[in-house]
Write a protein that binds this ligand. Structure first.
Ligand code: PAF
Length: 282
């Protein structure tokens, strides 16, 4: 695996690959890697000639500075996992390298409705920061394919919109959420959970399954209320949302219509750790 820290170096290298007719797959990450990330590397390796991974804990997407400070950093282990997975290139820039002119966003991205709901509503500015860094990374890496996990469902929608807005010639590939055998969605934040908390956090998966089993026959409002109650009973200190929404737009809806696709999404706190998960319902 070749490690680059400077933008110009990786750019020159990737330009050469493109000139040789090689296709490039890209997996952007913030490190603290787990099997969910590695499944994206595997998918990229299957679908492109050269796989690039980036590790950059992007300060501009943390609306809560405490969350940024506590974000797990496990760089040695990350490098080991990426090597084992056969990653070709790791891009590991510094904050200065990524934002030489400062972190201020010059012009906000016009993301529309998708930025106003759920994560957008609870983490103001988060998706602007995500777009800022992903736009910059796509400009640097110029990948043919970008691989992201369905675990961050709304983020995937936002990146789809970013690609539309900017006209960047990269195809977004969304890979299924990877879970622990019992169902807990893999997340870097799980590292901050105790063994007991991890077990209790399973309630999110159980609640999503309950919604999936009942959404054609029960009103969405009732299902969401039941789920919120269940999570509180299972020891979640705060439930930001349980939402059942149109899978294409994230517009809230209340009743099932057979010709529509739906997704259930949850954000809740286990202790101090904010967990998100989702499930496509049909
Ligand atoms: O999903 C993440 O890890 C981050 O939001 C991303 C896409 C790497 C941008 O910093």
């Amino acid at each position: 695996m070749i490690l680059f820290k400077q933008i110009t170096d990786i750019q020159h290298y990737i330009e050469k690959l493109h000139r040789e007719g090689k296709t490039v797959g890209f997996v952007p990450t913030m490190g603290a890697l787990h099997n969910g990330h590695i499944s994206l590397i595997d998918l990229s390796k299957k679908n492109t000639d050269v796989t690039v991974c980036s590790i950059f804990v992007n300060p501009t997407q943390f609306n809560d500075p405490k969350d940024f400070e506590k974000y797990p950093v496990t760089i040695d282990n990350d490098i080991l996992l990426l090597e084992q997975a056969g990653t070709d290139i790791l891009f590991l820039p510094s904050v200065k390298e990524m934002y030489p002119g400062g972190m201020e966003l010059q012009k906000p991205y016009d993301l529309g409705f998708v930025e106003t709901v759920l994560e957008g509503a609870y983490r103001p500015g988060h998706f602007q920061g995500v777009c800022q860094v992903v736009h910059r990374l796509l400009d640097i890496v110029k990948p043919d394919k970008l691989f992201m996990g369905q675990k961050d469902y709304q983020q995937c929608m936002v990146i789809k919109k970013l690609i539309e807005l900017t006209g960047i010639k990269t195809t977004l590939v969304i890979a299924p959420t990877q879970r622990e055998p019992e169902g807990l969605a893999l997340s870097s934040r799980n590292m901050r959970l105790s063994t007991d908390e991890k077990e209790e956090a399973l309630a999110i998966y159980q609640t999503l399954k309950h919604i999936k089993n009942n959404f054609t026959t029960t009103s969405f409002t009732n299902l969401a209320a039941f789920a919120t109650d269940f999570l509180h009973k299972e020891g979640f200190s705060r439930v930001d949302y349980v939402a059942i929404a149109d899978a294409e737009t994230l517009a809230p809806t209340d009743n099932y219509m057979p010709d529509k696709k739906y997704v259930a999404l949850v954000a809740a706190f286990k202790g101090e750790v904010r967990l998100i998960d989702n499930m496509l319902l049909n």
